[in-house]
Design a protein around this ligand. Structure first.
Ligand code: UDP
Length: 193
């Protein structure tokens, strides 16, 4: 996978379309992609935090979420040309799922937020198959992994805040039979409106 490196943290110099195309292929070949957002705050924290740096660098895609990363790329002649935000990318992935019939699972945020988000998404994406939802506060990880696998989800969106979501994804990705796993921070709150 292609990437730039800023203070030891990888950033994918890819556009939305590049990522969507690659993700589409990975679903077809049953490969797994993990997607984490990188912004200047996370890069600064990761300088002193080996665990966070490894977590971020271990992902398949590190999206440049934050204008600061774009600026750094300009300053240091990097290859990051466009900002890719976690919210926008998840919306595009949901659009892809809606068009292609991929099943999606949501994990995180408060129950009421999760319910509201699902209702809104079902209006926006009428063909979207929501395979399941689990709030981010009363979950048993082993039972949740089983539920996600049994749901037949192709895409999983994890909204537990950072670095909790990155840690969770890294710990459970190998047990999850899911092609695309994105750590999305506060995105469910945004999508709930
Ligand atoms: N959250 C959760 N479980 C937790 C902690 C947080 O589900 O134990 C959710 C919280 O409800 C919110 C999201 O994770 O929906 C975190 O959003 P925030 O904007 O703080 O994350 P950031 O994008 O700043 O990492």
């Amino acid at each position: 996978m292609q990437y730039d490196t800023y203070l030891g943290v990888r950033v994918s110099p890819l556009t939305y379309d590049d990522i969507l195309n690659q993700v589409n292929e990975m679903i077809a070949t049953n490969d797994q992609a993990t997607i984490f957002a990188v912004n200047p705050e996370k890069i600064m924290t990761a300088r002193q935090d080996d665990e966070l740096r490894h977590l971020l660098n271990n992902a398949t895609f590190q999206i440049p979420d934050g204008v600061g990363v774009l600026l750094a790329s300009k300053l240091y002649n990097g290859r990051v040309k466009e900002r890719v935000t976690g919210v926008d990318l998840s919306e595009r992935l949901l659009g892809l799922a809606n068009d292609k019939g991929y099943r999606v699972f949501f994990y995180g945020a408060k129950e009421a937020v999760g319910q509201k988000m699902q209702a809104r998404l079902q209006e926006r994406f009428p063909n979207l198959t929501i395979a399941g939802y689990q709030n981010g506060y009363d979950d048993d990880p082993d039972a949740l992994v089983d539920r996600i696998n049994e749901s037949g989800a192709d895409m999983l969106f994890v909204a537990l805040g950072s670095p909790k979501q990155e840690r969770w994804i890294n710990d459970y990705r190998e047990r999850l039979n899911v092609s695309v796993i994105q750590g999305v921070g506060g995105t469910f709150d945004v999508l709930a409106g």
